[in-house]
Design a protein around this ligand. Structure first.
Ligand code: NAD
Length: 488
């Protein structure tokens, strides 16, 4: 079964200062449907000149207004309107994600798009509540002082997003920046830009003025690198791989620009013997196979107490084998294709490495058919020192690792260069808190997975990145705090 209507393709040009225009060079990038390997359309391949025009437009809007000078309540009203329009367009946006990057339609419709809507709503509520503090300080040489702080928008934000959750992550970048009065140049991933282009149409319809949000599609090495180096950008907000994140940190560091780096993960799921496995296994499997494993917070290292190891492996295999793999636009499909042939090859390489290093492949790991980039979800049983347990695969590959006691479980969980999220599966309240306390990650989920919320800070430690976005931390990340001290 297919959904009844195909998505409506958005304009595929650059969106600069409120107008759609081609890339200066006329260059384009083909958009490939990963379910078929066929070209859908071309998007503009923006370069340095296009980034320069977009940054100038964002700069002019920030410096000359009116966006940054609007009352917060008015910005909030427009963001709330944007949330309404995104919600009304949810089916179309979800179908665009399926077509563009292979995410199962129902997953996009039930998870990604509602999260984008919730993010705009959350930050609509913040827009008129960005306040400073009045700080009581001692007199200045015998004269009283009134000292207070203000939170001012940081300026022009250069936002760069990955392909795995395009609408949701674009919302994470845009909504907090816009709430405080920043303007933005957004460079979506070249593999999946269509839903972002639709999103900017919706923001325009909501009444966001021209120049406030500019979108330059294009390659990372050209448009992305130009955005990062442009001196008109005050902050770089990046979500993507640690390799690119590190280059961005260096480039931004040279000119002391602020950055938020949301990078990869190799998140553990700690399954204790007191956990209710009937409840755990479907979610534990979802946490590593959702979006074909192309999730930064994928719980790809499953640490199971040895007394239940076999049961956990068998349960995960059963869940993997029950996946309905196929056309991502079909509402019955639970797993679509990987995003690209390159990603499929990369993941198959990891499957081979797992085998070569002696891990036991309990199920899956084979390419399905020759059309599109489909892969059977794989479950390995191995140890934490293997490459498949240490490196981010970004594909549907689980590695199950045994432990003997709580201390070993915590040690294995923390034995990773990454530190984004962790899941603790236990029915013991005290164990849940005790273990959560010891995990070196940005977020711990107990008896749940994939529970981010726009009100909670999001970000990682170690190779998973620097800084936090969303919630109050998202407001702080887009503002500068200024002190005013008046000697009375
Ligand atoms: P990527 O780093 O290859 O690309 C991300 C973005 O950076 C793309 O828009 C790309 O065009 C751009 N880019 C590439 N090279 C660049 C350069 N030299 N300068 C500037 N920009 C450049 O990552 P990806 O393959 O698109 O995404 C997968 C990665 O993203 C994974 O590591 C995943 O874990 C991570 N991710 C993290 C989070 C999080 O919130 N922590 C969320 C989703 C994805």
């Amino acid at each position: 079964m297919h959904i009844t209507s195909q998505p409506k393709l958005p304009p595929t040009q650059l969106f600069i200062d409120g107008a759609w225009e081609p890339a200066t060079t006329g260059a384009a990038i083909p958009v490939i449907n990963p379910a078929t390997g066929e070209r859908i359309v071309d998007i503009a391949a923006g370069g340095a000149d296009d980034i320069d025009r977009a940054v100038r437009a964002a700069r002019a809007q920030f410096d000359g207004g009116p966006w940054s000078r609007l009352p917060g309540s008015e910005r909030g009203r427009l963001l709330a309107r944007a949330a309404e329009l995104i919600e009304a367009d949810a089916e179309n946006l979800a179908a665009l994600e399926s077509l563009d990057m292979g995410k199962a339609y129902m997953e996009a419709l039930n998870a990604d798009i509602p999260m984008a809507v919730a993010t705009f709503r959350h930050f609509a509520g913040w827009a008129d509540k960005v306040t400073g503090t009045q700080v009581p300080v001692p007199d200045y040489f015998g004269r009283p002082r009134l000292s207070y702080t203000k939170r001012e928008p940081i300026g022009v934000v250069g936002a760069i997003t990955p392909w795995n959750a395009p609408t949701m992550i674009a919302a994470w970048k845009l909504a907090p920046a816009l709430a405080v009065g920043c303007t933005v140049v957004l460079k979506p991933a070249e593999e999946a830009s269509l839903s972002t282009l639709r999103l900017v149409e919706l923001l325009t319809e909501a009444g966001i003025p021209k120049g406030v949000v500019n979108v330059v599609t294009g390659r990372g090495t050209e448009a992305g690198a130009s955005l990062v180096r442009h001196r008109g950008v005050d902050k770089v907000s990046f979500t993507g791989s640690p390799e690119v994140g590190s280059q961005i940190a260096v480039a931004a560091g040279e000119s002391f620009r602020r950055t938020t780096l949301e990078l990869g993960g190799k998140s553990p799921q700690l399954v204790f013997p007191d956990a209710d496995l009937a409840k755990v296994l479907p979610t534990a499997a979802l946490s590593v196979f959702a979006n074909q494993g192309q999730v930064c917070a994928a719980g790809s290292r499953i640490l199971a107490h040895r007394s239940i190891l076999d049961e956990v492996v068998d349960g995960l295999c059963a869940q993997a084998q029950a996946a309905r793999i196929g056309d991502p636009l079909d509402p019955e499909t639970t797993m679509g294709p990987l995003v690209s042939e390159a990603q499929l090859d990369r993941v198959l390489g990891y499957v081979e490495s797992g085998r070569a290093q002696g891990a036991r492949l309990a199920t899956g790991g084979q390419r399905l058919g020759s059309r599109g980039y489909f892969l059977e979800p794989a479950v390995f049983v191995g140890s934490n020192d293997l490459k498949i347990a240490q490196e981010e695969i970004f594909g549907p590959v689980a590695t199950v690792i045994g432990f003997d006691d709580e201390a070993e479980a915590v040690r294995l969980a923390n034995d990773s260069a990454y530190g984004l999220t962790a899941v603790v599966w236990t029915e013991q309240l005290s164990r849940a808190h005790r273990v959560a306390d010891q995990l070196r990650v940005g977020a711990v989920w107990v008896n749940a997975w994939g529970a981010p919320d726009p009100g909670l800070p999001w970000g990682g430690r170690g190779l998973s990145g620097i800084g936090r976005e969303l919630g109050a931390a998202g407001i702080a990340a887009h503002t500068e705090e200024k002190v005013v001290s008046v000697v009375l």
